[in-house]
Ligand binder design. Structure first.
Ligand SMILES: Nc1ncnc2c1ncn2[C@@H]1O[C@H](COP(=O)(O)OP(=O)(O)OP(=O)(O)O)[C@@H](O)[C@H]1O
Ligand SMILES: [Mg+2]
Length: 323
C-alpha cells in the first residue's frame, strides 16, 4: 500500500525576476517497505519536491496538486494536523543535515526532545529507553547518548540524523543526499542501514543521491528527474542497465561499471547544462542536449509513456520502436 503519493505536484517559486517553476507535474508513489531512489542533475527540482512533502516550501513558493501521506493531503491539512504529521508520519533527513545537530547539546538530549514533544504518553524515562533502542538500531553504542556532536565522525553523525528522523516512528522517511559527505564505505553502510530499517518497519523510504551506482544497488525503483519532471521511472537495476530515456542513458554511461571506482556524478559525454526552470526550451526540455533528438522534439513536450513492465519514460522514441 502506498504510504506516500504525489499527484501532479507543481512547485513554483515567485522571484523578483518572475516565476521559477521548479517542479512541473510529478506523479510518484512509494509503498510501505519500498525504497525509491530519486536522481537527476543539480537544480532539477529534487529538494523542492521533498519540501512539498512536508509543506516546508518557503512562503515564496506555490504548490499545487496532491501530496498524500498515509492518504491525507499534506498541502491542505490544518497546521495542527501538519505538526503531528511532521516527524510522526513523515520525516526528512535534509541535504547537509550533518551540520544541523546542536553542537552544545548531548546526542541523547537531542533525540529525546521530539519524542516528548510528539508523544503525550512519553515520560523522560520511556523516551530515554526509546533513544537507547534507536541508537542500537542505527548501530551506535548506547553510550553515544552522552556524546556531543563534535565527538562523532561524519558517518556516526549521519546515523544520529537517521535515528532522529525515526524518533516518532514515521511511515515515510526521505533522505536528501544522506551520504554526500561520507566516504564510500561509510556511504554503503548508511544506505544499507536505511534499507534494512525500511524493510523491518514497513516504512517507505525515498533516497536522493547523485550517485547512480548507490541508487542502483540500494533502491527497489528509481525515478530520474529533469527540469522539474520525472523523465523515467522503473526498477533500479533495469533502469540503469537499459535506460529508455536518452538523458538516463547518458547518466548511466557516466557510471559505466557499477561497483568499480565511482566517479563523482559528472555526466561525461553529455554536452551543455540543464536549463534554468524559468528559461525552458520549447518541446522536450532535454532536446538541445539530446543525441537522439528529431525535429519533433523541439515542439512536442512528451509526457511519461509506458516503457515496459513497471516502467515509464518521457521520450518521443519510447513506444515508437526506438526506445
Ligand atoms: N527559494 C528559492 N527561490 C527561487 N528559486 C529557487 C529556490 N530554491 C530553489 N530554487 C530553484 O529551483 C530549482 C530546483 O532547485 P532544487 O534545490 O529543488 O534542485 P535539486 O535537484 O535539489 O538540486 P541539487 O542536486 O543541487 O540539490 C533550481 O533552479 C533552483 O535555483
Ligand atoms: Mg537538492
Amino acid at each position: 500500500m502506498a504510504v506516500l503519493e504525489l499527484r501532479d505536484v507543481h512547485l513554483t517559486y515567485r522571484t523578483a525576476q518572475g516565476p521559477v517553476p521548479a517542479v512541473r507535474g510529478v506523479d510518484l508513489s512509494v509503498d510501505g517497505g519500498e525504497v525509491l531512489g530519486l536522481a537527476g542533475e543539480s537544480g532539477c527540482g529534487k529538494s523542492s519536491l521533498v519540501a512539498s512533502v512536508l509543506r516546508l516550501q518557503p512562503r515564496s513558493a506555490t504548490v499545487t496538486g496532491q501530496v498524500l501521506v498515509g492518504g491525507e493531503n499534506v498541502q491542505t491539512m490544518s497546521w495542527r494536523r501538519l505538526r503531528a504529521v511532521r516527524w510522526g508520519e513523515a520525516a526528512v533527513v535534509f541535504q547537509g543535515a550533518l551540520h544541523s545537530l546542536n553542537p552544545i547539546q548531548r546526542i541523547g538530549r537531542q533525540l529525546v526532545e521530539p519524542i516528548l514533544l510528539h508523544d503525550s504518553a512519553a515520560t523522560p524515562r520511556t523516551a530515554a529507553d526509546k533513544v537507547a533502542g534507536l541508537l542500537a538500531q542505527v548501530g551506535l553504542p548506547e553510550t553515544h547518548a552522552d556524546s556531543y556532536p563534535h565527538q562523532l565522525s561524519g558517518g556516526q553523525k549521519q546515523r544520529v540524523m537517521i535515528a532522529l528522523a525515526l524518533t516518532c516512528d514515521p511511515q515515510v522517511l526521505i533522505a536528501d543526499e544522506p551520504t554526500t559527505a561520507l566516504d564510500v564505505m561509510v556511504q554503503a553502510q548508511v544506505l544499507e542501514l536505511l534499507v534494512g530499517i525500511a524493510r523491518q518497519r514497513g516504512m517507505g523510504v525515498v533516497i536522493i543521491s547523485h550517485d547512480l551506482s548507490v541508487l542502483a544497488t540500494t533502491c527497489h525503483r528509481v525515478a530520474v528527474m529533469y527540469a522539474g519532471r520525472v523523465v523515467e521511472l522503473g526498477p533500479a537495476q533495469e533502469l540503469f542497465e537499459h535506460a529508455r530515456h536518452p538523458y538516463v542513458r547518458a547518466l548511466a554511461r557516466a557510471f559505466p561499471t557499477i561497483g568499480e571506482a565511482r566517479s563523482r556524478y559528472a555526466p561525461a559525454g553529455l554536452p551543455g547544462d540543464p536549463p534554468f526552470p524559468d528559461r525552458l526550451p520549447s518541446g522536450c526540455p532535454f532536446h538541445p542536449r539530446c543525441a537522439d533528438a528529431v525535429d519533433e522534439c523541439s515542439s512536442v513536450d512528451v509526457r511519461l509513456r509506458p516503457a515496459g513492465p513497471g516502467r515509464v519514460a518521457a521520450c518521443v522514441h519510447v513506444g515508437a520502436g526506438v526506445g
